[in-house]
Design a protein around this ligand. Sequence first.
Ligand SMILES: CC(C)(COP(=O)([O-])OP(=O)([O-])OC[C@H]1O[C@@H](n2cnc3c(N)ncnc32)[C@H](O)[C@@H]1OP(=O)([O-])[O-])[C@@H](O)C(=O)NCCC(=O)NCCSC(=O)C[C@@](C)(O)CC(=O)[O-]
Ligand SMILES: NC(=O)C1=CN([C@@H]2O[C@H](COP(=O)(O)OP(=O)(O)OC[C@H]3O[C@@H](n4cnc5c(N)ncnc54)[C@H](OP(=O)(O)O)[C@@H]3O)[C@@H](O)[C@H]2O)C=CC1
Length: 430
Amino acid sequence: MEKTSRISGFYRLSPQERLNAVKEFAGLSDEEASIISSTGALKYEQVDRMVENVIGVMPIPLGVAVNFLINGKDYLIPMAIEEPSVIAAASNAARMAREKGGFQTSSTGPFMRGLIQVTGVKDPYSARFVVLAEKEKIMEMANAVDPILVKFGGGCKDVEAYVKDTPHGPILVVHLIVDCRDAMGANAVNTMAETVAPYIEKATGGRVYLRIISNLADRRLMRARAVFAKEAIGGEEVVDGIIKAYEFALADPYRAATHNKGIMNGISAVTLATGNDTRAIEAGAHAYAAITGTYRPLTAYEKNADGDLVGTIEIPLAVGLVGGATASHPTARANVKILGVKTATELGEVMAAVGLAQNFAALRALATEGIQRGHMQLHSRNVAIQAGATGELIDKVAEAMVREKKVRADRAKELLEQFKRQSSPGMRTP
Ligand SMILES: CC(C)(COP(=O)([O-])OP(=O)([O-])OC[C@H]1O[C@@H](n2cnc3c(N)ncnc32)[C@H](O)[C@@H]1OP(=O)([O-])[O-])[C@@H](O)C(=O)NCCC(=O)NCCSC(=O)C[C@@](C)(O)CC(=O)[O-]
Ligand SMILES: NC(=O)C1=CN([C@@H]2O[C@H](COP(=O)(O)OP(=O)(O)OC[C@H]3O[C@@H](n4cnc5c(N)ncnc54)[C@H](OP(=O)(O)O)[C@@H]3O)[C@@H](O)[C@H]2O)C=CC1
């Protein structure tokens, strides 16, 4: 029979039934199906309630970066990531930052923007004034739908509006500025935007289309700063090399994209480990990097009067401790406990420090010996596993490749065969 992906009511099946259907469709072996369905600490019923059409889980390694001293407090940082050397690099940078007191952080507060797109307004500039004059009423309506958020000191705190040109004529864009406290805030903000939309339509005579949170969270900026003593990082030449690396990113978006990817190595890993929305965080970070119209690095580096390196980062981080998977995923909850953060803003500030550390470690490697030695050394075990190595042969093959500076799949296979031959009884010297 012809295979088809048109499966009506797939969502009504149990996870096991869905998995059976997928197994048949894709020709999975019993072993492959059982790997997908082994949900570890989670129960099948739990994951089945988190997203749709569940067949199993995709486990990602969870590690802990050490050495972080932030605002005088010691933190262990849980990081969920598949890429080798990221956790080692963060720990390495945090170790070097400690000498001058670690990281200092600050932030703007947990404000998000809810956007309301008003179209077909005859006099949009005048409509803008009407909306602004109705600010108190609009905020009151928005806050009425989330008394719990208001109880915690949050809620809609301001209304902004501006006119934008589009191919179908000018539109009025209204922003609800919402203090989300310890929530990421998307559900809260979207509900508020949908609630006030009919009132805005009436007040402006326009037609509202989109009512949705903005992920360009420029009112939820997290900042971190660290001084890296020149002696601790390899001397003046290393300081200059890192500043030149930063200047490259400042001058060239091709480099800035990779520079920022390095920052997000750390930030996305903490986002995932704490059950936060990785897409929201990535979208916000890259949109903010381009907010001036030119895509720029999210960190900056300069030399202080003592000749030490000063690194800074400013990045929007819409993360929460309540809502989303943070509250429902047991591993995320345990990871928040490891972090010991008490508010969403504290989590965001810690994450900014991790982003700065991650970027510093990568730039230090890039500006000196290159990224491959440290990274490939740690990646070599993956290459050995891919070549079929198991048990103690993994480290043996990995170490041999690093020694030879040939961390490649073909070499891993050759070495594996060689080690296997050496250890087989027939090859032993009598
Ligand atoms: C990899 C290191 C840390 C080695 O660095 P090293 O100098 O060989 O390490 P070390 O043996 O001197 O150890 C220093 C510290 O690093 C940590 N450390 C050291 N080894 C380990 C390990 N195995 N597991 C866990 N932690 C480790 C650990 O904290 C240790 O302190 P200690 O515990 O000894 O007191 C260094 O070379 C490094 O920081 N490299 C940067 C690697 C990196 O940035 N990786 C990210 C992936 S590459 C990428 O995606 C981004 C990029 C690069 O494209 C971004 C960009 O272009 O900007
Ligand atoms: N563009 C985007 O980024 C979008 C993201 N999302 C998703 O939205 C989810 C996050 O939404 P979010 O609104 O944070 O989650 P929730 O709606 O689950 O949680 C927020 C709610 O928790 C209650 N709450 C309890 N204690 C607190 C506290 N201390 N601080 C703040 N609120 C508190 C509030 O009121 P109450 O109990 O009355 O609700 C608040 O509205 C994520 O899963 C994200 O992936 C969804 C749509 C779009």
